[in-house]
Design a protein around this ligand. Structure first.
Ligand code: CP
Length: 303
């Protein structure tokens, strides 16, 4: 992993995922370590973020490194017409690592090809969000005790949700995974991802409604309908409240089942669910700090 960018979850092997997760466990036990003394990490967020940016910055601070960058590209020379190419050329001279979120699919790969330092993709359009996936894997392993033999239900916006795309690709590397997709017709899992599963001989089932079959779930992975990706606001209005998870819908689920959500949520999880021991999304977001500490220190070769 040393000096390698993390653009797609497919850039790392299954063994490398497991190394990151093991290391994250160490950071969870002891989060404050002076591994990044003298190192500078740039966070370039061309799109809004709460968890990803702040957990990356928290991770760097806990490791004794320093942060430069912007959380709003309107405060950068992008507003004067500077290209992504020039921005990356310049910033990569100022730091040891760049964490970038950008609305365009493929932008992180493009940045990695011109940057002099590794790039971590913090989300590129509807494409990928690999660090979210690693914290999702960490959360699944921590709650289920395994990453094989998992029945996962992905619910909501499976078309534009980059977190489900990355997570599907990662989980397809483990054994005996069953995928259940619950989405409106307009927001179904794209064909390209189903083809990946078909080629691997993995099972998936598509549903339009929450059904009793959810009682078989090990993980329910809720997602927000991604308003910012819709070109037609009427289409967003039609689908925005397609699924709202309520407490009573969890009654017949397995005792160890957990509800994950990459967050932010809008309406898709009723706040009453927060008190249910099956709700895990807030701890999942906390896990992001440990996992990002593990990713940064691995890429910078400090472990
Ligand atoms: N999960 C996630 O990417 O959240 P933010 O958009 O707040 O970073």
């Amino acid at each position: 992993m040393k000096n390698r960018s993390l653009v797609s979850i497919n850039d790392y092997s299954k063994d490398e995922y497991l190394k990151i997760l093991d290391l994250a466990e160490e950071f969870e036990k002891k989060p404050v370590r002076e591994l990044l003394a003298g190192k500078i990490v740039a966070t370039l967020f061309f799109e809004p973020s709460t968890r990803t940016r702040i957990s990356f910055e928290s991770a760097v601070n806990r490791l004794g490194g320093r942060i430069v960058g912007f959380s709003d590209s309107n405060s950068s020379s992008v507003t004067k017409g500077e290209t992504l190419y020039d921005t990356i050329k310049i910033v990569s001279n100022y730091c040891d690592l760049i964490v970038m979120r950008h609305p365009l699919e493929g932008s992180a790969r493009f940045a990695s090809e011109i940057s002099q330092v590794p790039i971590i993709n913090a989300g590129d359009g509807a494409n990928q969000h690999p660090t979210q996936t690693l914290l999702d894997l960490y959360s699944i392993r921590k709650t289920q005790g395994r990453l094989d033999n998992i029945n996962i239900f992905m619910v909501g916006d499976l078309k534009y949700g980059r977190t489900v795309h990355s997570l599907l690709m990662a989980m397809s590397k483990f054994n005996k995974i069953t995928f259940n997709f619950i989405s409106p017709e307009e927001l179904k899992m794209p064909e390209e991802y189903k083809i990946v599963l078909d080629n691997l001989g993995l099972k998936y089932y598509e549903h339009k409604d929450f059904t009793d079959i959810v009682s078989e779930a090990d993980i329910i992975y809720m997602t927000r309908v991604q308003k910012e990706r819709f070109s037609d606001p009427i289409e967003y209005e039609k689908t925005k409240n397609a699924y709202i998870l309520k407490d009573h819908m969890l009654v017949n689920t397995k005792p160890g089942m957990k509800v994950l959500h990459p967050l932010p949520r809008v309406n898709e999880i009723d706040p009453c669910v927060d008190e249910n021991p099956k709700a895990y999304y807030f701890t999942q977001a906390l896990n992001g700090v440990y996992v990002r500490q593990a990713i940064i220190s691995s890429i910078l070769g400090l472990i």
